[in-house]
Design a protein around this ligand. Sequence first.
Ligand code: URA
Length: 441
Amino acid sequence: MIPVELIRKKRQGEALTPDELQYFVNGYVNGNIPDYQMAAWLMAVFFRGMTESEMKEFTRVMLHSGTVVDLSSIPGIKVDKHSTGGVGDKVSIILAPLVAACGAPVPMISGRGLGHTGGTLDKLESIPGFRTDLDIPTYKKVIEKIGVVMIGQTKDIAPADKKMYALRDVTATVECIPLIAGSIMSKKLAEGIDALVLDVKTGSGAFMQEKDQAIELAQTLINTGEAFGKRTIGYITDMNQPLGNAVGNWLEIEECIRCMKGEPGNDLMEVTYRLAGAMIYLGGRSTSINKGEGMARKAIESGAAFEKFLQLVSEQGGDISYIENPSKYKKARYSEEVMLGGEGTVTTIDNHGVGLAGLVTGAGRRKIGDSIDYTAGVVIHKKIGESMQKNESIATVYGNNRDGVQDAVQRIRKAYRLSDQKVQPPKLIYGMADKDGYKDF
Ligand code: URA
């Protein structure tokens, strides 16, 4: 085959055959197709899309570019969750041990921060000693022993995605439904799951800012999961403001610890309970999503979820004394309150701006390979619909770099809009999709 002809074919809006997809994607992984040809093809896909069967084949080729883990020797229906990413989205850290505490095994492969969004791996690695780079035999041992494991994409898991993802990140080809679907589903199908719950975010801090796009992405992901024989359901959830209050790695772990210890619930826990209910149901541990949600609430109240989290941290090399006593963690050198100087109700938050504020404190990366300041980030005190008085603090910014902290303060100030009108907070969970379609709540 001639690579340039396959690029031309896609540029003209035609579908590639399974053999052509295999040739092109595998050629890229083994170095026969250079970055510039793959970049041109990705941009052609960005504009021309893929047919449903083409997307399924594309996912299959990406999946089989590496190892497909077999967890069939481990009893139970293995279930995972995937979020399309957001600001302050720390759900996985609570959800994985919570669902495992309710009896459904959770093998989870997560990602790093991307652009303005945070990543579960970076958050977990802020726990001293915690290792996310387990090899596949150890990954299997941990899930077998404690029912939950949380690692990063190894070199063996969907290497085509790993290489293409890095290229998409620098060629403006991330926000493309068939490419996102192939990327997410190849990783998820490789980890050995039987069922999957998706959290597709929409709003100013999400990759899919419009709800209609989020629904389309959810349905594409669901169709792909079901085509591979995995029961898949998805929720469309709000990302117009950070989930919970903390944005930044250790700050988010601290918030998760408080939630797992049963601190009065907030929006973070409402989303977590719903996703947990769906996972417990798909994992065969309850007869309905609502009953699963009830089980999840009890596992937080009883301390079972927190206990499972301690086991997870300890099993993956983390120092549990920081989980038992988070106040012993080192503190950022600088902290600054953000004042708006006005009063009124918070009407909107540019959540992309809040994500970037977190990034410039040192909590995220400006370029691949940058190191992360785990103590840095932002804690917001006011959410949409809440009123505030003059000189009340809207957020606290933390960091070890004074300029970064100042930059973040300005970004947070710009991100908030106040008015003297009352506004309702945005809906938290807009609706649910499964193989039969989407329903608004
Ligand atoms: N997350 C992924 O894993 N892949 C994408 O393409 C987008 C978000």
